[in-house]
Design a binder for this molecule. Structure first.
Ligand code: BGC
Length: 760
């Protein structure tokens, strides 16, 4: 028996090696057959239809309408078009196709910030697989997701598409998502590599960052995702880093990404990024998207005059073909047009409810009693925002508002008030100005004003008030302070009126935050009895929110970013969004033009909680925080040394009376030595299963010495200095429940330095 297995294993290995060899040979052969024009058509995409911008005569034929990118088909080598589509909250394509009765609506899943708030990598992988299934059945080969830039500042317009202010959360979530999508035979593109941390002048801004901060904060998540999940592609970012466009940096795209981390796929630009196609080729930015004529011409003349070698061009083509020959299109898969939308709807609801965060819950206000008459206030209770705008938007078939969800969950809602809002919204919508630009944020109906008399009347006839505050944001714009980070006057006034009217009658007020990014909460939170951070929860919004409100689901989401008292409390506020130079705007296409600008990341590694904890700045809600309808006890911390690191275990017990899940966080508090260290840094996390009252779960974390190291720029090495390190296990960065010290002798990891290395 054993022998048969051995023979089978040998044959399998030999077969595999042969397949690899054949593949390589095939790709070399494919390249040999190509003309220069065809070669250029492999490294430059076919272009992009921009509604209202691209003239009718220049519209390209799209294999999948609405997909952000297509590659050229080259029939002589049997290479079909590869289809690339956004994005992080669902497959972004046009739902209708010419001469086709079928519809191609995709599931709008919760935004990335909500998904990260689940801290559940298994759930993330399951969601990723659903994205993979929809991509596959709708004809998309490579999904332009996940996006994992760091929440450097709370006002960044695209934070909703990103996971966290912490690189370990970002990297682990991205890796799980990539594994899920790619398990369906669909590729991913982890983006935007790297330091695309603002929308203001995003295509021109020069981000000035120390090498230590780059490596420990901004690159770390990408490093984790590449090493753990090997995404098929990486999308380089628009911005410059220390003077050079990210898409033109050999050190980043070749030395670090491939040399140090072992990335095996290809790199593509973000849409219209950079200013030098030849430099992009040389840096190892294999594919230029969506592709413009000027880039084709530049590459052609550089090959002709010898300033770009054919070896480099062929190397880039080889990397692209290596992936293209693995796509479903290449393999001849016929998309059915029928992904499992029904199951995905359920999954979207489940995922949303797992990432909703209970921020406050005085006197067990929640879960609410379904039979008590509830007054639903706020436009967003009826027009619930399911996601952000721009390329992170999704064309979904249906969506459930909080009001509709409350009906589905059989809550007792004050209909009179509901009708007043529905009528107000209907009229408000009729008066909204039309969209001027295809990527412009959606216009929203402004909040309704209330008088004290009106509110008192409603408070008299209802038991509870639920007030929803909505915010949207998206690509092209960072958020503002007034009427965005801060509540506007109408919102503040409504909270005050509701608080007074309901509290004076011994009744309660619940505030729901239907937002994509952090807002100010410190000045008004005491007026509410419970606050639920629902994020933008995807198409099943209303169902998921009411699942949590009614206690069908016990909240278990926790913050992956800090909610500050004032946004200026973030160290990065001193340099956000940087300064713009008085120079003419530049860019590859008119609507992407921006003035040259620069931003200094003077805070270094002190981003988010690393700053708040180290410099003892008070927060409104700290990183890692979130309440539950039950309570947990932490015990039995054990630390064992094992080769190359440590094994850490602890036990979590549900000590309350409701089943619930806990997000357990492992932090390291390192000694101060040559390198300044934050008070503590997250190194690992785990979400428990659903623990019944009294039930326990023992969790084991694995920690390597490399995980404890910081980047020492002068020594060009990752170093964990000699000293005592505290392993801290907690329920948030400010609630450490268990601690044990370990003594470490200096650990050094020196990355191999590749040619042309010049990150600083
Ligand atoms: C965005 C990317 C997106 C691409 C294609 C760009 O503007 O930054 O995230 O994948 O467009 O739509």
């Amino acid at each position: 028996m054993k022998k048969i297995f051995t023979i089978a294993a040998v044959l399998f290995l030999a077969g595999n090696m042969l397949a690899q060899k054949t593949k390589e040979n095939n790709i070399d052969k494919m390249i040999e057959k190509l003309t220069l024009e065809e070669k250029i058509n492999i490294v430059v995409g076919v272009g992009f239809n921009m509604p209202g911008i691209t003239p009718e005569s220049e519209m390209i034929e799209e294999k999948v309408p609405g997909a952000a990118g297509h590659s050229f088909a080259i029939n002589r080598i049997n290479l079909p078009t590869t289809v690339l589509a956004d994005g992080p909250a669902g497959v972004r394509i046009t739902p209708e196709r010419p001469n086709d009765d079928k519809t191609y609506y995709a599931t709008a899943f919760p935004i990335a910030s909500l998904m990260a708030s689940t801290w559940d990598t298994a759930l993330m992988q399951e969601v990723g697989q659903a994205f993979g299934n929809e991509s596959k059945e709708y004809g998309v080969d490579i999904l332009l997701a996940p996006a994992l830039n760091i929440h450097r500042h709370p006002l960044t317009g695209r934070n909703f598409e990103y996971y966290s202010e912490d690189p370990v959360v970002s990297g682990k979530m991205a890796a799980a998502f990539v594994r899920g999508v790619q398990s369906e035979g669909v590729g991913t593109s982890i983006k935007h590599f790297v330091a695309n941390n603002q929308e203001t002048n995003r295509t021109t801004v020069n981000a000035i960052i120390s090498e230590r901060a780059l490596r420990e904060i901004y690159l770390k998540g990408f490093e984790i995702a590449v090493k753990e999940a090997q995404p098929w592609t990486v999308m380089s970012s628009y911005n410059k880093i220390n003077g050079v466009y990210a898409s033109q940096r050999h050190d980043l795209l070749t030395s670090i990404l491939r040399g140090e981390w072992g990335f095996e796929g290809f790199v593509m630009t973000d849409w219209f990024a950079g200013d030098d196609a030849v430099a992009q080729m040389k840096a190892g930015n294999d594919l230029l998207m969506p592709g413009i004529e000027k880039q084709r011409e530049a590459i052609k003349s550089a090959i002709e005059d010898g300033s770009l070698s054919m070896e480099i061009l062929d190397q880039n083509i080889g990397r692209i073909l290596n992936i293209y020959t693995q796509t479903l299109s290449y393999k001849g898969y016929k998309p059915t047009g029928n992904p499992d939308l029904e199951n995905h709807k359920e999954l979207a609801r489940k995922a949303a409810a797992q990432g909703i965060i209970l921020l406050d819950n005085k006197d067990n206000t929640l879960p609410l009693n379904k039979n008590n008459k509830t007054a639903l206030f706020g436009v967003a209770s009826y027009e619930t925002l399911i996601g952000g705008t721009g390329s992170g938007d999704v064309n979904n078939a249906s969506e459930v508002s909080l009001f509709e969800g409350s009906q589905n969950n059989e809550m007792n809602i004050d209909e009179n008030l509901a009708n007043t809002y529905l009528e107000y919204i209907k009229i408000g919508k009729e008066n909204l100005p039309p969209k001027t630009f295809f990527m412009a944020p959606d216009q929203q109906v402004s909040e309704k004003d209330w008088t004290p008399e009106e509110v008192n009347q409603i408070a008299e006839r209802t038991e509870l008030a639920v007030y929803t505050i909505g915010r949207t944001s998206g690509e092209f714009q960072d958020r503002k302070v007034e009427n965005d980070f801060l509540l506007n006057d109408k919102e503040l006034n409504t909270i005050k009126l509701l608080s007074k009217a309901y509290h004076s009658r011994g009744k309660k007020l619940v505030v729901i935050l239907n937002i994509g990014g952090v807002i100010e909460t410190a000045s008004w939170k005491e007026l509410a009895d419970a606050i639920l951070l629902a994020w933008q929860p995807g198409q099943e919004a209303g169902n998921a929110i009411t699942d949590v409100l009614t206690g069908k689901v016990n909240p278990s989401g926790k913050l992956t970013m800090t909610f500050p008292v004032n946004y200026e409390d973030h160290k990065s506020s001193e340099n956000f969004p940087g300064r713009e130079f008085d120079l003419p705007p530049v860019g590859n296409i008119s609507f992407m033009e921006a003035k040259p600008a620069e931003v200094k990341y003077e805070e270094g590694i002190f981003v988010g909680y690393r700053h708040f904890e180290t410099n003892k700045v008070k927060t409104s809600y700290p990183f890692g925080y979130g309440l539950s309808y039950t309570t947990f006890d932490y015990s039995k911390l054990k630390v064992k040394e094992k080769s190359g690191g440590y094994e850490v275990s602890c036990t979590i017990k549900n000590t309350g009376s409701t089943p619930g899940k806990e997000v357990v966080q492992l932090y390291i508090s390192a000694p101060q030595g040559d390198l300044q260290k934050p008070v503590r840094e997250l190194k690992a996390f785990h979400k428990t299963g659903l623990l019944q009252p009294g039930e326990k779960e023992t969790i084991t974390f694995s920690l390597s010495k490399y995980d404890l190291a910081s980047y020492h720029t002068k020594k060009s090495a990752w170093i964990a200095e000699t000293g005592t390190y505290k392993i801290q296990i907690g329920a948030s960065v400010e609630e450490i429940n268990l601690e044990e010290s370990i003594a470490l002798a200096c650990f050094i990891h020196k990355p191999q330095i590749y040619q042309n290395f010049r990150l600083a």
